[in-house]
Each structure stands twice: as C-alpha cells, then as structure tokens.
Write a protein that binds this ligand. Sequence first.
Ligand code: KG4
Ligand code: ZN
Length: 362
Amino acid sequence: MKILAIETSCDETAAAILEIKEEKDNLNFKVLANIIFSQIESHRVFGGVVPNLAATLHLENILPSIKKSFAKAKIEPQKLDFIAVTSGPGLAPALLVGVNTARTLAWLWQKPLISVNHVEAHLLVNWLEIRKKNIFPAIGLVVSGGHTQLILLKDFGQYQLIGETRDDAAGEAFDKIARLLNLGYPGGPAIEKAAQNFKKVAISLPRPMIKSDNFDFSFSGLKTAVSLLVKERKLTQAEKNEFARAVQKTIIDVLVSKTLRAAKTYQIKTLVLSGGVAANSYLRKEFKKAAKRQSLKLIIPPINYCTDNAVMIGAAAYFKMQRVKDFSCPVNSKIDGTWQKVVTEPDQEFIHVPEDRDFSSE
Ligand code: KG4
Ligand code: ZN
C-alpha cells in the first residue's frame, strides 16, 4: 500500500511517500520520500510564526515538495493507494493550502483522501518503530510548539485526554523564553545549545503545577519569572547560558514528574513521547532514566520525526484507514484549526462523504 502524505499545519511544508507492507507478524513501513521545506528562516525576523506568511510560503512550496517526493520515491501518482493530509489542529490559513492541494490531487487522480489529526500523527509516528507490537495501554506525552498533552492510549483511535497545558505549550515556553534571553529562534534548539555551555546552575525557577493533583501543566508563569529576573539587565553570554540550563531543567522536570505520575495512576506499561520538544536530548535522557527506574517501556521517535514532517501524517492515516473502512472521495473535506477530537473522535467525523451540490444560478 502506498500513501502520499501532506503536512502544512504550521511552518513546515512537508510531503512524504510511504509504502506499507502488511506481513504476517509484522508491519513494514518504508519511507520512500520525506521532503520538508522549512520556513524557519522567513519567520525568524518576526520571532515567531506569522500565519499568513506561512500560508504564502506553503503555496509556493507545496507542489515542488510533492513533485520532489515522487521523484525521490520513483513512483507515478497512479501507483498511490490513497492521499493523507493534516486537517487540524493548526493555523487555519496554513492548513487550507495542504487540504486544498490534497483534495484537488485526490479528485484529479481519483484517489481516496484521509484527513489526519496532527496531534495523533505526532504520537503514531512512533509506530514506524513499534510496528505490530502491542504496547497498549500507554501514556502519550505530546510536547510541541502548540500542544502539551498527556493522552491515555487504549488502542488506535481510542484516546483519552488526561491533562494538558492551561496556557503556553512547553515548546511555546522555550520559544518565548529564548526570545526574552535573545538566544534566537526557534527557542527550543537555541536553549538546548546554550544550556550545554553551562553546568552548575544557581538560579532557581518555579516548577508550575508540579504538585497539583491533576495532570495539567502551566508554563506561562515560568516566562514571567524569567522576565522579572532578567528585567532591564544586560546579560552576559554566561548568564544567558545559565538561564537556558535552568529553564530547560525546570520544564523537563515538570514533564517527567507529571508523566510518571500519570503512568502510575493509569497503570500503563508504555510511555510514548512525541512532538518537537521530544527532540531535546536532556528530555530524552531524563525520560530514559525515569522509565528505567519505574520499569516502564519508553518509546521516543528518532529526532528527525519529532518536529513536523509528513511521514507521521502517512503513518497516522494508515492506522485510521484500518478503522474507518468507508472513507470516500474528498470534495467535502474540511479543515479544523482547533481540532481536539484526537481524544474523543467518533470515527464518522473523519469521513468526508461527497455531497452533490448545485452551483447553477438558475
Ligand atoms: O512539533 P513541532 O515541530 O511543531 C508543532 O506542532 O508545534 O514543535 C515545534 C516546537 C518549537 O516550539 C521548538 O522550539 C520545539 O518544538 N523544539 C525543541 C527542540 N527542537 C524543537 N524544544 C526543546 N529542545 C529541542 N531540541
Ligand atoms: Zn507538530
């Protein structure tokens, strides 16, 4: 089975072609092409993603990305079994470019289209490695620029949101604090790099909600705490590095502590990490140590699949296709910038049945 997957929910224009072979005791995912046009340089001057600029750049890059995918995969569109596209959550103008491109191609090539939830895709990219092993029930931690969510995974498509950020996402906190410290954009990698240059941290920062008796997070107070401490001071590079290390440790301490508590409460056997912040090497190391201490299995995507990509959209589409048998032609597919249904989705909501519409003016 071959899938063309498209992702344009934020600032990466991505297209991928996956070949999935269902073998007796295994699933064989082969990534035939994984193309990513990053827009980071264009947004850097603004210190964050500008939605309309993102959409304009997606429009420029989406067809070249798809063309490049076919060249890399060395296949023709006729060989595809279906097309997958992110339809939410994300920036609405950015999503529109991907969804409209996907449905046009699906219509032209007469292929079925599957709309994918971006958050679910972040989690399911791990199945490139997990393949057919049964790891449920699991706790998934999605830590990206837009989301910080703890999700109980009971099975494919059966998710329960057990906690999420009440304000900034973890990646957003990295980005905003890096901006305060003048460390560059995107903030996560910039903070990670600066933190590597400092060892003994004296700064102590609040660990928001670490002891609260729920699984929610809050990171905006951390940004305020840092801004009060650095206010009107001209920091030396060493001081910036120290702040970076303190911020990284604080955010990751909270993520580890709450995730482990959720694992205990729900008595799961596996922890599944995902999202751009999961590329952080300190986070990976701390989670590995913590999982070992608790005898939990830990699954983290390879670093290149943590940040946004289209391979994850293809992987999620494959599993969705297993449970949604009756998806059909895409003329009515929609976008949903605030799509939260990764946790409660009734499967019908994924099916886009074509409607006969009469556009004549008579
Ligand atoms: O998953 P992603 O590519 O996009 C969203 O869906 O939001 O995540 C992007 C986020 C950004 O906030 C970025 O600063 C953060 O992931 N990030 C990191 C690292 N690499 C990316 N945060 C901490 N350490 C990193 N190495
Ligand atoms: Zn993402």
